[in-house]
Design a protein around this ligand. Structure first.
Ligand SMILES: Cc1cc2nc3c(=O)[nH]c(=O)nc-3n(C[C@H](O)[C@H](O)[C@H](O)COP(=O)(O)O)c2cc1C
Length: 215
């Protein structure tokens, strides 16, 4: 069983979003000790933006189903993962641009989606995804980052989605550590939710009180 952790937190060690995501991962590992973790730490991957030349090359790789090339390997990791955690701070109404570049690297024809009847059909194997984000202010109806990542996950074939958020961290008079502590508890819930989707609890083998017969 494999989890993909996508770290789109440019502030690295100082990032509160990363701290929340690592807590979620720790809770998940306590529940599923055998889980393998692949990391896409975007600050280290240096994914390149698509340009005309790389776009043409990528199309030929998609036709040839060449999934071990630097332009398609990121998508292959995404397709293979049983679950995905994406961590990104709220920047400029969504998230840092490096996360959009990552999305362009996982959106790979014949690997993570195909067109059927002119519509994209997702091919990712994942059962569930969690988006972890933190924001300086109250985001309210402007959470384009979460909505966008949810749509990406669904379109590429991951059916279930949940977000863990800590907002208003930078407002005068707010108590960031208290807000983060509440979000950390939500992250623990999200870990339990993810574990249930990866390893659904077995049905209770005991017969029901009426012997399983309907009255
Ligand atoms: C470049 C940049 C852009 C930001 N844009 C917003 C924004 O549009 N709205 C907001 O509420 N906070 C914004 N913030 C504040 C961050 O969302 C907030 O500090 C967040 O907790 C940072 O996460 P981190 O600790 O993981 O880096 C921005 C911060 C930076 C550095």
């Amino acid at each position: 069983m494999e989890l993909l952790l996508v770290d789109a937190c440019p502030r690295g060690e100082a990032s509160r979003t990363r701290r929340l995501a690592e807590g979620l991962l720790r809770s998940l590992r306590e529940r599923l000790p055998g889980i393998a973790v692949t990391r896409h730490t975007l600050a280290e991957m240096e994914l390149r933006d698509v340009n005309a030349e790389r776009l043409a090359l990528r199309e030929s790789l998609c036709d040839a189903r060449a999934w071990d090339h630097p332009l398609t390997r990121t998508g292959a990791d995404f397709r293979r993962a049983d679950a995905v955690i994406v961590a990104a701070p709220y920047w400029d109404l969504s998230f840092p641009s490096v996360l959009k570049t990552w999305v362009e690297h996982i959106w790979i024809r014949n690997l993570t989606f195909v067109y059927r009847d002119d519509l994209p059909v997702g091919l990712a194997r994942g059962k569930a995804a969690v988006y972890v984000t933190t924001a300086g202010s109250r985001v309210a109806g402007h959470d384009w980052g979460t909505l966008y990542i949810e749509d990406v996950m669904h379109t590429l074939g991951i059916p279930e989605f949940r977000a863990v958020k800590a907002e208003a961290l930078d407002l005068d008079g707010s108590d960031p550590e208290a807000i983060l502590a509440a979000a950390a508890r939500d992250a623990e819930d999200a870990a339990a939710w993810l574990a249930d989707r990866l390893c659904p609890p077995l049905p209770d083998p005991r017969p029901s009180q009426n012997g399983g017969l309907s009255s």
